[in-house]
Design a protein around this ligand. Structure first.
Ligand SMILES: Cc1cc2nc3c(=O)[nH]c(=O)nc-3n(C[C@H](O)[C@H](O)[C@H](O)COP(=O)(O)OP(=O)(O)OC[C@H]3O[C@@H](n4cnc5c(N)ncnc54)[C@H](O)[C@@H]3O)c2cc1C
Ligand code: SF4
Length: 333
């Protein structure tokens, strides 16, 4: 691993001021915050990330989970994935988030991984992680070998001719269905970004994955108050039962009254280049009877624009079945 300076900023202002000196907050940033380190240190060992300065934010007071006055939830940036998953309010009112977190990684990793770090985890595309290979995300303009190569685990939604990498997070899929907001302290002040606007599609700049600018520190995430009577499910399909990323997953937050769907929030994982909220599935569900035929129609709508690559066409039907089954679980449980 290359040499770097390890800094413990005294407070969040100092952290932001130092990080604001970076050339970019995207791929190749020369200053990086570190939370649990389970993404960053891996990539540093592989020389995919080579920051000159690493800012340890673990001593900043960003590790609380608080119920807000409006009934919503505030989750600090350094709250560990395991603490969040096992928090009583999360288990009771945001079950989809608890389930998604517990479906991710391993117990040891979840004990280290933080909320902000999970939002910013990187793709598992093998070419991205191998500096001997070209990769538009790592080195813009070098090409995308995955399009003609190993793409079984890569995305079918939101891809471009420049990158087809999957966003691997489980947590983000649940947060998309829960309509989370990400709060940032930057060099020009604070701002709040809905999760749907936080991650970017690859387009012609796959090296830009989020809206973050140099200096931007994620301080916390908020969730809106839970909806009375809503049912929630996270279903993850993968090659083995644990310690594996999703081939397809679905997060559902749904309300049914008199046998009909009155409100639905649907997001997919494992198939999109970003955590994939599906307004198409949601509008196919609302006002319709909560039955298998309508669930399948919603799944068809969610995957209508899916584009298969040479090895991952199976994901389209898998994601449809995942979504249909998750809707059945949510409405019959
Ligand atoms: C073997 C293995 C299996 C895994 N399996 C799964 C899985 O099945 N599902 C899943 O969802 N995930 C999985 N993961 C990924 C894991 O969830 C992430 O590595 C973890 O969530 C990242 O959190 P962290 O705190 O360790 O991030 P870090 O490595 O500390 O940081 C990640 C990135 O976020 C930036 N960052 C951190 N905090 C902030 C902040 N407050 N503001 C701005 N930038 C910040 C860092 O600079 C870095 O770029 C797996 C990881 C491994 C190693
Ligand atoms: S899919 Fe994206 S991350 Fe993977 S090789 Fe292509 S450009 Fe790189």
């Amino acid at each position: 691993m290359h040499t770097f300076e390890f800094i413990r900023p005294a407070d969040s202002r100092a952290a932001v001021a130092t990080a604001a000196q970076a050339k970019t907050a995207q791929q190749g940033a020369d200053v990086r915050f570190v939370g649990g380190g389970t993404t960053l240190l891996d990539l540093m060992k592989l020389n995919v990330e080579t920051p000159a300065r690493v800012l340890d934010i673990n001593r900043l007071p960003l590790d609380k989970i608080e119920v807000l006055r409006d009934g919503g939830l505030k989750i600090g940036a350094t709250v560990r994935n395991s603490d969040l998953a096992h928090h009583a309010t999360v288990q009771q009112d945001y079950a989809v988030l608890s389930q998604a977190l517990l479906a991710g990684a391993s117990a040891q990793l979840r004990n280290m991984a933080t909320t902000a770090g999970n939002l910013l985890q990187r793709t598992r595309c093998m070419y991205f992680r191998d500096t001997a290979m070209p990769c538009n995300k790592r080195e813009p303009g070098t090409g995308c070998p995955a399009i003609t190569g190993a793409n079984r685990t890569l995305a079918v939604l939101g891809t471009s001719e420049n990158c087809i990498a999957t966003n691997p997070s489980d947590m983000c899929v649940a947060m998309a269905a829960l309509e989370a907001t990400i709060h940032i302290q930057g060099s020009k002040g604070t701002r709040a970004i809905p999760i749907g606007d936080f991650h970017l599609l690859p387009g012609s700049t796959p090296n830009r994955e989020t809206v973050l600018e140099p200096g931007d520190l994620i301080t916390h995430v908020t969730l809106p108050p839970p909806l009375a009577g809503s049912k929630q499910v996270y279903l993850k399909l993968r090659d083995r039962a644990s310690y594996e990323f999703a081939l397809a997953s679905a997060a559902i937050v749904i309300t049914v009254a008199g046998g009909k769907v009155t409100r639905a929030r649907v997001a997919l994982g494992g198939v999109g280049t970003k955590p994939w909220r599906s307004p198409e599935a949601e509008s196919a569900l609302v006002g319709k009877p909560a039955d298998a035929a309508n669930f399948r129609k919603a799944a068809e709508a969610a995957l209508r624009d899916a584009k298969p690559q040479s090895e991952n066409g199976f994901k389209i039907e898998l994601a449809k079945r995942c979504l249909t089954h998750a809707l059945q679980m949510a409405t019959t449980g």
